[in-house]
Design a protein around this ligand. Structure first.
Ligand code: PMV
Length: 391
């Protein structure tokens, strides 16, 4: 059993607040890819260990785009994000005593597993009341294999996850999903990980998940191996920030971020230039945070995101997430800023626009966006907490 990364016990509910630089409100959402199919695992079971944890989504201000190590998910550059309230995944994990090594459960599950390169162990996964199979289950099972290997527990798990999704669908992010799963699964097998080690574990599920372990502003140190690539909170007490989300489309993205990153690295002549700019953008952003300078932070946030999308679009073939409404929303943000409000755009692997706003202006920025973009959903999200355990 490999227990080298296990830290001291972190306690329960109350101590979850320590995972954030501040104690923020709760609640928000996330998504794992949701191919749906039926998993019927109905045998009577007894639990070896169980735990429930929640985590919030985060939006990167200085982006992560591209891996130096695909298996360990070590990024090419460090990044900076804001964990948000109102976008929460709550996940319960129960390891089941009656399933031993190699138990593949019912045949439906094995059939789908064979097709998707997954764990030998038949886990079950329910997201928002819907049983999952295919890629979603395979991805979760592969992640659970890491937890099983570390704990020496070779049992299948029942994973039940629910999300607070204000728009009904589409804020693509696996960050809160894998942060909550890492927390619940590790706690269920008795690995009481220190926040840094929990962040390292969450990173193995989805890179950006390592940042959702912490609340508020968070820096992911790229590092160079599993031990050195982790997130940590950044003191954001001099800033009042909010993210206004403009939902343009809730549809599944045309190309996964994993695949799109690979293509950008392999074919975009602009990728190396963008990666080089990330180091100075991050330093600039951290100076702005330390100085409480929201304008400087906003400017570098917007520039870093546009640089990333320029590199994506220069890929061959292009990685193009933008829709016509994306351009409309970006023009609206620029015009709102010209009118004197603090608002800067950032975008991820999808057509939706997120607006970093001065917290004092956020409600006005949202009102302006609603009136200029009548077809879009607009929601204000304030900084949120890091991972929280229920037991
Ligand atoms: O963690 P992933 O594989 O979903 O990648 C996230 C990448 C971006 O959202 C585009 C940027 C980021 O830093 O979150």
């Amino acid at each position: 059993m490999n227990v080298t990364s296990v830290g001291e016990a972190t306690g329960d509910l109350g101590q979850a607040a320590q995972l954030g630089a501040r104690s923020y409100g709760t609640d928000a959402d996330i998504d794992i890819d949701t191919d749906s199919a039926v998993v019927s695992r109905t045998s009577a079971t007894s639990a070896l260990g169980s735990a429930t944890a929640s985590a919030n989504a985060n939006i990167a201000l200085i982006k992560y785009w591209g891996k130096a190590d695909e298996r360990l998910i070590i990024p090419r550059a460090s990044s900076l994000s804001l964990t948000l309230d109102g976008l929460t995944t709550r996940t319960s994990v129960e390891f089941l005593a009656d399933g031993g090594p190699g138990d593949t459960g019912d045949s439906d599950v094995s059939a789908s597993n064979n097709a998707t390169d997954t764990s030998a162990i038949a886990d079950s996964l329910t997201i928002d009341g819907k049983p999952q199979a295919g890629k979603s289950l395979a991805r979760v099972s592969r992640f659970l294999d890491i937890v099983r290997e570390r704990s020496g527990i070779d049992a299948p798990a029942r994973v039940v996850s629910s999300n607070t999704v204000p728009f009904g669908a589409g804020l693509a992010s696996s960050a809160s999903a894998f942060a909550a799963l890492a927390a619940a699964a590790s706690r269920a097998v008795g690995l009481d990980l220190q926040p840094r080690d929990l962040s390292r574990l969450a990173r193995r599920g989805s890179g950006s998940a390592c940042r959702s372990v912490f609340g508020g502003l968070v820096k992911w140190n790229a590092g160079h191996d599993d031990a050195t690539s982790y997130a940590e909170p950044v003191d954001d007490s001099k800033l009042d920030l909010a993210i206004v989300v403009v939902l343009i489309s809730g549809e599944k993205k045309p190309i996964s971020s994993r695949e799109a990153m690979r293509r950008t690295i392999a074919t975009s002549p602009l990728y190396d230039a963008w990666i080089d700019s990330c180091a100075s953008d991050l330093s600039e952003a951290l100076r702005a945070v330390a100085g409480g300078d929201v304008r400087r932070l906003g400017e570098v946030t917007e520039a870093n995101s546009f640089g990333m999308h320029a590199a994506m679009m220069a890929s061959r073939p292009a990685v193009m997430y933008w829709l016509p409404e994306t351009v409309e929303a970006l023009r609206a943000v620029a015009s709102i800023r010209e009118s004197g409000l603090g608002a800067w755009a950032t975008m991820d692997a999808g057509p939706n626009v997120k607006v970093l706003a001065d917290g004092r202006d956020a409600t006005k920025v949202a009102d302006e966006l609603r009136s200029r973009l009548p077809g879009c959903g607009v929601e204000v999200h304030r900084p949120g907490s890091g991972v929280r355990f229920e037991r």
